[in-house]
Design a binder for this molecule. Structure first.
Ligand code: TEU
Length: 562
């Protein structure tokens, strides 16, 4: 079905597929993916059954942070193709009924952007005030804030002796949103893409755009409390939303770094004044030891359930969240919370079920639907990500961490874990490129690949397809309230979703041993119908109140009132 008119709430029963173009499909032999490659795979995406694609940045960029450093918002990076290639992708996707969501990065620009190039070294440039400049304090950085990629968040402009702020790499300078001209430029950018016909926007680190203007030293942290969910962020979002998003009926999803439920209730409030929905990352920090990502530690299962409970109950009726395990910044979930060897297929399906049955809009990151794993690199030269290479230097050279220990941490935490090329088939380089891939593939591609998955009705791929269909068929998945049934259980994560007519139960064993639970009597299991599970079904009838789950088993039941 082709898309003809905007439907305000289509995204509440939708699933969105994230594409990281550099690693998706190379139409030639450059070794990196491109727009034509994506267009050639639209049939595959359609088969999965998703409603929209979120395309991570394809704009002109020096690619220090793989496109999150934009040097021209109105041009396509030639390495990805041309504007014509983009238009073809958009129109072919629309013909298949697939919407396109663009990634908008407006907390910062590349230092190669013409605004920054004009501002650098020239206090009189009309663009100087587009960025954040401060005088040195006692001959050093203006304050002690740290960049998210390690080291100071300030870099020196030698021409003027002032420092500019960069919350990410030093090649990504933060924009000064206090300046109304910056906000007008941002509107122009979004307007340009909306006018082209794109259906929505994913807004990169959008809750960092408003900084407290005192720029104080942070005695207890890295500075984030002075710019996260900052003083004018809601005002700015309302301004952009009113001038562009609402006009075009765009779906919007904001990436919220280190945010709070209260702020997210407002960002995604149902009055539609700011954004459609939000990403938060609290559930993906359960394997950070004392909040520090650069550690290797098992995940905290009880905390994981608490976080889901907090967000599922807190957003219900107030806002809307994105449901996700994977993206281009996160390791592969099957390697992270599942078992990517003996129970790869079972655990990939169980993890999928356990978030797809929640309230929100699920996002599937390329390859997740195949149960793709981390690559388990053994050589530091295999890593490409600016965050990983920076952190290796800092941890090994400055903090004295042993090389082997840092390699183990990177194998668990590096963003490159999810950026390995998409595994299409069992031929050389998994059919990703005819050239030399920009990043080494995971070596398991002869077994784990799209072609094999499509040929096997029991594959992870069809399980995802089924989950995506269920969301459209069973209304309680969209509107039911959430209840965690066993918050203290050490192995089972089970929750109920309920509305006036239906109860949905999603019961998951997160471990490699058998696990048991007894469902409360108020759920009449004699009336339950099994919707889906990840073990062959002859032996898994519904069962009664007592449920015995096999390793990484998931069971989804529906009870409907007469
Ligand atoms: O990421 C924002 C962000 O803060 C994290 O995902 C971050 O990469 C990670 O926590 C560091 O440990 C967004 C983009 O998704 C990411 O790819 C970009 O590098 C970043 O913004 C800067 O644009």
């Amino acid at each position: 079905m082709a898309i003809t008119k905007p439907d305000e709430s289509w995204w509440k029963t939708a699933t969105i597929y994230q594409i990281y173009p550099k690693s998706f499909c190379d139409s030639g032999s450059k070794g990196m993916g491109d727009l034509k490659g994506i267009t050639s795979k639209l049939g595959y995406i359609k088969l999965l059954g998703v409603d929209a694609i979120w395309l991570t940045p394809v704009y002109q960029s020096p690619m220090v942070d793989n496109g999150y450093d934009i040097s021209d918002y109105f041009e396509i990076n030639p390495e990805f193709g041309t504007m014509k290639d983009f238009d073809v992708l958009l129109s072919e996707a629309h013909q298949l009924g697939i919407r396109i969501i663009m990634d908008i990065v407006v907390n910062h620009t590349s230092t190669q952007h013409k605004w920054f190039q004009s501002a650098l070294g020239d206090k009189n440039s009309p663009y100087r005030d587009y960025y954040i400049w401060k005088d040195p304090v006692e001959g050093a950085e203006p304050n002690n804030w740290n960049s998210k990629f390690g080291s100071s968040a300030w870099a020196l402009d030698e021409g003027t002796g002032q420092y500019y702020l960069h919350l990410f790499a030093k090649e990504q300078a933060d924009l000064n949103w206090e300046n109304p001209s910056v906000r007008e430029e941002v509107k122009d950018v979004i307007h340009f893409w909306a006018k082209k016909g794109v259906d929505g926007f994913r807004l990169d680190v959008i809750n960092l755009i408003s900084k407290q203007q005192e720029f104080l030293n942070d005695e207890n942290g890295d500075g984030r409390r002075f710019y996260t969910d900052g003083p004018r962020v809601h005002e700015y979002l309302q301004e952009i939303s009113e001038s562009v998003f609402q006009k075009y009926g765009s779906v919007t999803v904001g990436e919220m770094s280190s945010t709070t439920l209260e702020h997210c209730q407002q960002y995604s409030a149902q009055d539609g004044k700011e954004l459609s929905m939000v990403f938060n990352f609290h559930h993906l920090k359960v394997d950070y030891l004392n909040g520090d990502k650069w550690t290797k530690t098992p995940f905290d299962f009880i905390q994981l359930k608490q976080i889901f409970n907090h967000w599922q109950t807190g957003l219900n009726g107030k806002g809307w969240g994105a449901l996700f395990w994977c993206n281009h910044d996160q390791p592969r979930v099957v390697s992270r919370l599942g078992n990517d060897k003996q129970y790869r297929i079972e655990s990939a399906k169980m993890l999928a079920a356990s978030i797809h049955m929640m309230q929100g809009t699920p996002y599937v990151y390329q390859g997740e639907e195949l149960g793709m794993t981390n690559p388990h690199y053994t050589d530091i030269r295999q890593y490409r990500d600016v965050e990983s290479t920076n952190m290796y230097q800092i941890m090994v050279n400055r903090r004295g961490i042993a090389h082997q220990d840092m390699m183990a941490i990177l194998a668990q935490k590096s963003r490159d874990n999810s950026r390995t090329p998409m595994q299409w088939n069992s031929t050389k380089n998994a059919g990703f490129t005819k050239g030399t891939p920009w990043l080494d593939l995971a070596q398991n591609y002869p077994e784990i690949n799209a072609e094999a998955a499509i040929a096997d009705l029991n594959s992870v791929f069809y399980f995802y397809k089924h989950l995506i269909e269920l969301r459209k068929q069973v209304s309680v998945i969209t509107d039911g309230r959430y209840e965690d049934l066993f918050p203290e259980h050490k192995r089972i994560f089970a929750y109920a979703r309920q509305n006036d007519k239906q109860v949905l139960l999603c019961i998951n064993n997160y471990y490699g041993d058998e696990a048991k639970c007894t469902l409360p009597d108020r759920f009449d299991m004699s009336k339950a119908r099994k919707l889906l599970s990840n073990y062959q079904s002859e032996t898994c009838e519904v069962g009664g109140q007592n449920q015995v789950l096999r390793p990484y088993e998931t069971r989804i039941f529906l009870i409907e009132s007469d």
